[in-house]
Design a protein around this ligand. Structure first.
Ligand code: SAM
Length: 212
């Protein structure tokens, strides 16, 4: 029987700390959340391999390093209001839920949203919404941080408009289905945004009114 607790600790040391994840809130959340609870049973033994794994609807649960890297890039201090686009399995939402005060997460595939509601039931601070996340969530805006776990052709204007001043949007951007750039956009004031390139990534497409 595979010792998943030990593999989770190995993931923290070998894949996260050794590769630049230093934020204690992020490391604490990654050490606590059981990734095996968010994947199909048949992949259970691979839960702590540093790779994406298939979930329903032809989608994927992201690689643990990428979840940690994107969460760290959001620069959360605890207690914030966060929006995630692309709930998928709900794993990244759970990591955010361990750190933030309130998390809204949007998924376009109804079966994934329904499954995530069930998986995330222990988290009273996470709200799963079925819909097109490129339009954000007006009812919860403005947000301290927004993260998209699917790649769009450009940063959705609506998501930028739903950031608080000082808020951060982390999103993969690019037309190439196999390679995009991860960008971090910080709202400097009401009208201005500052953009940083965080490196190359590969994500499934962001499909919606302000996506593909
Ligand atoms: N965060 C997820 C996790 O932890 O399992 C990984 C999600 S997967 C890489 C990206 C997800 O984005 C898919 O489930 C896909 O259906 C969803 N997606 C794509 N476009 C979307 C949109 N416009 N609104 C909401 N979800 C979307």
């Amino acid at each position: 029987m595979v010792d998943l607790e030990r593999l989770r600790q190995n993931m923290i040391d070998a894949h996260l700390k050794a590769r630049g994840i230093h934020n204690d809130l992020v490391l604490g959340a990654m050490a606590k959340v059981r990734r095996e609870d968010f994947i199909p049973e048949k992949w259970r033994d691979m839960a702590y391999d540093d790779r994406p794994l298939p979930i329903a609807e032809g989608q994927t649960i992201s690689q643990p390093f990428m979840v940690a890297f994107m969460t760290q890039a959001l620069a959360l201090k605890g207690g914030e209001k966060v929006l995630e686009i692309g709930t998928g399995s709900g794993y990244a939402a759970a990591i955010l839920g361990e750190i933030a005060g309130e998390v809204f997460t949007i998924e376009r595939h109804q079966p994934l949203a329904t499954a995530a509601i069930k998986t995330l039931k222990p988290y009273r601070n996470i709200h799963v919404i079925h819909g097109d996340g490129t339009k954000g969530h007006k009812g919860g805006a403005p947000f301290d941080a927004i993260v998209a776990t699917a790649a769009g052709p450009r940063p959705p204007a609506t998501l930028k408009s739903q950031l608080k001043v000082g808020g951060r949007l982390v999103i993969p951007i690019g037309e190439n289905p196999f390679y995009q750039r991860l960008v971090k956009i910080t709202r400097s004031n009401q009208d201005n945004f500052f953009e940083e390139d965080l490196g190359g990534v590969a994500f499934v497409p962001l499909i919606g009114e302000e996506g593909f």
